[in-house]
Unconditional design. Structure first.
Lengths: 325, 368
C-alpha cells in the first residue's frame, strides 16, 4: 500500500500500463515535456521516451481522430483532453467514428482507446474549465463513460479502461485531484467497469452520485445523521453502462432516491437514474425521486459559481424534504 | 510589400533593430512623433497593468490570468490603426488593443475576478469577448467580414489567434472561408513561440506560419512582432489590401511570451534561461523606448514618473473592481434566453427557496 492522491494514482496506472504493454501510447496537449497542466503525466516521457509519451499539436479533433487510427491499427492510445470545455472540437470524431467503428464494421474494427479528461467545477476557473457534461457523453451509443471518486478507484478503473477493447471516456474530477489522499494498492489491479460501489449502507434514503460530488454528499450525510436520517450512498463509477442492479437493490431497501450530479438539470443523469428507480422499484418508492443538480445555465464564473454548485446544504435540503414527504 | 515579403522568400519584415535604430526609412509607417509617443505610453500602461495583475494574482486577489508581457507591440500597433467603426476579435492576449477600443481595465479585472459582467464592455462597441476555446473566434471574424462586405461597409476586422491556434481546424476553416469570400479581415497570429509548453516547431512542419497564407490564396507576411513600426506598417498595408476588396490578409507576428501561459503555468519546466535572455534583447518596449529617447521625445526620468502614475491608476481601477457588488443568484439565469422559459423561472425559484431555508437553518444552528 502507498499513500496517493488522484493525480499520483492516475500517473501510476499509466506507468504500469506503459511498462507492461508496448502498444500503449500517451499523447495530447502538453502531456510530454511538461507532464500535463495538472502534472498527471509527469515524468512519463522521461521514462518511456517521446515515441510513447508525446505532445501533439493543439487540436482536439486531431488528437482523437489520430487515436482512432492508431487504435484500429493495433495501438492502445490514452489521450488527454486538457479541459472538459475543450473536447467539443473532437465531438465529431467521437460521435461519428470512435463510438461507431465496431458496429459499422460488424465487429471487425475496434477502437480500444481511452480519452482522459478533467471535468467539473469548484476550482475558481476561467470559462470552459468547469463543466460537467456527463449526460452529453452518456447519450452517445457506443461510448463508455466512467468517473472515479477516489485515488484507489482512479487507478484500478484506468487500468481496466486501457485494457478494455472499447472507447472509454475517463472523466477525472479535477476538484479532488489533490484533495483526497488514501492508501492505494501497489502494482497492478483492476476494477470491473460498469459496477457501482455502495460506499455507505443506510436505510432511509438512497443517494446516487459520482466523482467530486461524493465528498459533498458525505458532508451532508454527517448533518443528516445528527437528525437520525440514515443514508445509503452509491458511487456510480460508471455513467454508461449504468449499474441498474445496485440502484434497484438500494431503492427497494430505502424507498427514497436522491441523485446528486454537477451537470445541468434537464435531460441529465438524475433523470436517467430516477427512471431506473421507477422501472425497477416503483412499488417500493415512498416519495418521488429528487435530484440535486446544476441548473440549466452556463456554469458561472468564480464569483457566481456557488449559486450553481451543489454543496452539502443543497443536498441536506433535499434529504429533509424527501424524508418528510 | 506583400510581393517582396511573400512568405516563400523567408523574409521577416522589420523596421527597427534591437537598438531602436531605423533600418530603412522607406519602411516606416505614416505616424507622427506625437502619436508614437502616445503609442509607447499606452504600451507601457498595458505592461504596467499586466505585471501588476500577476502580482495581484500572487496575493490571491484575482484568479487565473494570461499575461501579455513581451507581446505589447502587436496590440500597440493595432491600437493605432483600429478605428471606432472596425471590429476587434481577440483571443486572450490583446489587452492594448482592447483598451484602445474602449474596454476598461476595470472590466478586464472583473472578468478575471470571476464576473461575466467584465465582458459587457460598456464603453466599447464591436469588440467580442475574449475567446478561451483556442482559434474558435477566427470563424466569427470571417462571418463579421461577410456582413461588412454584404452591406458594402467601410469596416475592417482585426482578428487574433496564437501559434498553437493555427493547429486547430477552426483556424484553417476561418482563413479558407475568408479567402473564398474575399472578406476584409486581418488575421493576426501572435506567434509567441509556445502553446503553453509546446514550441511552435511542434505545432507545424511549415517553414513559417505566414507561409500558410499561400495555400489559402490570401496575402500573408511574417513580421517582427516586437517591432512596433513593422507591425504598424504591415497593418497599414493589410488595411489597404482589405479596403481594395483584396482581403483577407494573414500576418504572422513573431514575438515571445515573456511571462507564463497563465498564472497557473511554470515556464521553467519547458524553456531555458538562455532563451529568455536572448529574447529579452528584442523586447518591444525596450526597442521603441530607445527610438523615442534617441529622438529626444522621452527620457528615463519621464518614464519613472509615468510608471508611478500608471501604477496608481491600475490600483485605482483594481480596487473599484474589488468593490464590485456581490454576484446575485438571479444573474446566473437572466441572460440565458431572450425571454426566460418557465423551466428556468422554476429553477430560479427553487434556488431562492433553498437560500431561505438555508438562512433559517444556519441561524438555528448558531442559536443552538
Amino acid at each position: 500500500m502507498k499513500i496517493m492522491n488522484m493525480v499520483g494514482a492516475i500517473n501510476d496506472a499509466l506507468d504500469i500500463k506503459l511498462n507492461e504493454d508496448k502498444n500503449v501510447v500517451v499523447f495530447g496537449e502538453d502531456v510530454g515535456v511538461e507532464g500535463g497542466v495538472f502534472r498527471v503525466t509527469e515524468n512519463l516521457q522521461k521514462k518511456y521516451g517521446a515515441d510513447r509519451v508525446f505532445d501533439s499539436p493543439l487540436a482536439e479533433s486531431g488528437i482523437v481522430g489520430t487515436a482512432i487510427g492508431m487504435s484500429i491499427a493495433g495501438l492502445r492510445p490514452v489521450v488527454e483532453m486538457q479541459f472538459c470545455g475543450f473536447i467539443y472540437p473532437a465531438m465529431n470524431q467521437i460521435i461519428s467514428h470512435a463510438s461507431r467503428m465496431r458496429n459499422r464494421s460488424r465487429g471487425k474494427l475496434e477502437t480500444p482507446m481511452v480519452i482522459r479528461m478533467p471535468y467539473g467545477g469548484g476550482i475558481n476557473a476561467l470559462e470552459h474549465h468547469s463543466e460537467s457534461m456527463e449526460a452529453l457523453f452518456g447519450h452517445i451509443p457506443g461510448l463508455k463513460v466512467i468517473a472515479p471518486s477516489t485515488p484507489h478507484d482512479a487507478k484500478g478503473m484506468l487500468i481496466s479502461a486501457i485494457e478494455s477493447n472499447d472507447t472509454i471516456l475517463y472523466m477525472e474530477p479535477k476538484r479532488i485531484y489533490r484533495a483526497i489522499k488514501q492508501e492505494v494498492q501497489e502494482g497492478k489491479f483492476t476494477i470491473e467497469l460498469g459496477k457501482a460501489n455502495v460506499l455507505t449502507q443506510g436505510k432511509d434514503v438512497t443517494i446516487v452520485s459520482f466523482g467530486a460530488m461524493i465528498r459533498e454528499v458525505q458532508k451532508a450525510m454527517v448533518m443528516a445523521k445528527e437528525q437520525g436520517i440514515s443514508v445509503e450512498l452509491i458511487d456510480l463509477r460508471s455513467i454508461y453502462p449504468i449499474d441498474r442492479e445496485t440502484i434497484r437493490n438500494s431503492v427497494k431497501k430505502t424507498g427514497r432516491l436522491i441523485t446528486v450530479t454537477e451537470g445541468p438539470q434537464s435531460f441529465g443523469l438524475g433523470a436517467e437514474i430516477s427512471q431506473i428507480a421507477i422501472e425497477e422499484a416503483f412499488l417500493h418508492l415512498e416519495a418521488p425521486p429528487a435530484r440535486v443538480s446544476g441548473y440549466d445555465v452556463i456554469v458561472p464564473l468564480p464569483k457566481g459559481e456557488h449559486h450553481y454548485m451543489q454543496d452539502a446544504y443543497k443536498i441536506l435540503y433535499e434529504i429533509e424534504k424527501i424524508v418528510k414527504y | 510589400m506583400f510581393k517582396e515579403y511573400n512568405p516563400i522568400n523567408k523574409l521577416m519584415f522589420q523596421v527597427i533593430d534591437n537598438q531602436g535604430k531605423v533600418i530603412d526609412n522607406k519602411l516606416m509607417p505614416k505616424i507622427t512623433d506625437e502619436r508614437v509617443l502616445k503609442a509607447y505610453k499606452d504600451m507601457l500602461f498595458a505592461r504596467t497593468a499586466d505585471l501588476q495583475i500577476v502580482s495581484y494574482q500572487r496575493q490571491g486577489r484575482i484568479y487565473t490570468y494570461p499575461p501579455n508581457y513581451g507581446q505589447e507591440a502587436i496590440s500597440g500597433a493595432t491600437a493605432v490603426i483600429i478605428e471606432e467603426k472596425d471590429w476587434l476579435v481577440p483571443a486572450f492576449r490583446e489587452m492594448g488593443a482592447m483598451l484602445a477600443k474602449g474596454v476598461t481595465l476595470k472590466e478586464l479585472f472583473l472578468l478575471f475576478m470571476g464576473y461575466e459582467d467584465g465582458n459587457e464592455y460598456k464603453n466599447a462597441n464591436k469588440v467580442l469577448p475574449i475567446s478561451v476555446p483556442i482559434a474558435s473566434q477566427m470563424l466569427h471574424a470571417t462571418g463579421i467580414g461577410y456582413e461588412i462586405k454584404y452591406n458594402k461597409k467601410k469596416e475592417l476586422v482585426y482578428a487574433f489567434v496564437g501559434d498553437g491556434g493555427t493547429s486547430e481546424g477552426d483556424f484553417h476553416e476561418a482563413v479558407n472561408f475568408a479567402g473564398v469570400w474575399k472578406v476584409p479581415v486581418v488575421f493576426i497570429i501572435q506567434n509567441n513561440q509556445y502553446g503553453i509548453s509546446t514550441p511552435t516547431r511542434m505545432q507545424t512542419a511549415s517553414e513559417s506560419l505566414a507561409i500558410k497564407s499561400i495555400a489559402y490564396g490570401v496575402k500573408g507576411i511574417q513580421v517582427d512582432g516586437n517591432d512596433f513600426f513593422a507591425m504598424l506598417r504591415a497593418l497599414e498595408e493589410a488595411k489597404k489590401v482589405c479596403e481594395n476588396g483584396e482581403g483577407p490578409v494573414l500576418i504572422e507576428a513573431v514575438t515571445y511570451r515573456k511571462g507564463a501561459h497563465t498564472t497557473s503555468d511554470d515556464p521553467t519546466k519547458y524553456r531555458t534561461k538562455e532563451e529568455e535572455e536572448e529574447w529579452d534583447k528584442k523586447d518591444p518596449l525596450k526597442r521603441l523606448k530607445q527610438y523615442i529617447i534617441n529622438k529626444k521625445l522621452w527620457s528615463e526620468e519621464e518614464e519613472e514618473k509615468i510608471i508611478e502614475d500608471f501604477k496608481k491608476e491600475v490600483d485605482r481601477q483594481f480596487i473599484e473592481a474589488e468593490n464590485y457588488p456581490e454576484y446575485k443568484a438571479e444573474d446566473i439565469f437572466k441572460y440565458m434566453y431572450s425571454e426566460m422559459p418557465q423551466e428556468l423561472k422554476d429553477q430560479e425559484h427553487r434556488l431562492k427557496e433553498f437560500y431561505r431555508w438555508k438562512e433559517e437553518r444556519v441561524s438555528q444552528t448558531i442559536k443552538k
